[in-house]
Design a protein around this ligand. Structure first.
Ligand code: ZN
Length: 238
């Protein structure tokens, strides 16, 4: 069992609190204050902090959490200079035991060089950081469209029921972009109606699922690197 609690932080980031068999984890605390508040509310003490990548809006809460709790940081081995105090430096294919569950580390370069996703296969849960978003794809700050396309092929191969917990609430803008290039996709049209209602009420649209993304995310639907690259460049100007 893996229990996931979503914690909104900063403007549009999501941190997550994980529980499995008395182990407690935090994913990407961009700000420690709301995370600590939620941990207190749930009466939990974190054992481990999972970091997907080095950007401040994902790691800025690390120091305050380390100061307050006796916990370890698990983060990409490529980022030991940009993420400090890593206890478990992980690479592609590594397995990290967490409670009853195991996180498989997937190196997903593109948004940043060292970016990793944490895939809990048994629980069918993916923490995707800034790679795949609901109906979107992370910006390519340090990588190539080819790298990101390859990441998306790995996501495409995961079971449809896999829940995706990504790093930002970008769903409405992403979906509106998808509509500009995939206007006749009825699944996309239907999904956007739901998303618009959720956002009107300031409700999170996360998690999404691999199955939902296969139907509606233009980057997931791109069949070739060329097609993917074209959409990514259009999205940069959207
Ligand atoms: Zn980022």
């Amino acid at each position: 069992m893996l229990n996931v609690t979503l914690v909104p932080v900063l403007d549009d980031n999501y941190a997550y609190i994980l529980e499995s068999n008395n182990q407690v984890g935090v994913v990407d605390a961009g700000d420690a204050v709301p995370v600590i508040h939620k941990l207190d509310e749930l009466n939990l003490t974190p054992d481990v902090i999972f970091n997907t990548h080095h950007h401040g809006d994902h790691i800025a809460g690390n120091d305050a959490l380390l100061e307050k709790y006796d916990c370890d940081i698990i983060a990409p081995a490529y980022e030991t200079e940009r993420i400090l105090n890593i206890h478990h430096a992980v690479k592609d294919g590594d397995i990290f035991n967490f409670g009853d569950e195991k996180a498989t580390i997937i190196h997903t370069a593109g948004h940043t060089t060292g970016h990793v996703c944490f895939w809990f296969k048994k629980a069918k849960v993916l923490f995707s950081g800034d790679t795949i978003f609901a109906m979107g794809c992370g910006r390519l700050f340090e990588g190539t469209p080819k790298e990101m396309f390859n990441n998306f092929q790995k996501f495409n191969a995961m079971p449809d029921e896999t829940k995706i917990y990504c790093g930002h609430e970008y769903t409405q803008t992403n979906g509106n972009f998808c509509l500009t290039v995939d206007a006749n996709n009825q699944d996309l049209i239907d999904r956007m109606k739901e998303v618009d209602i959720f956002r009107q009420e300031s409700q999170p649209t996360i998690p999404t699922t691999i199955g939902q993304e296969k139907k509606t995310n233009i980057f997931m639907r791109a069949k070739t690197i060329e097609e993917f690259t074209h959409y990514r460049s259009l999205r940069d100007k959207f």
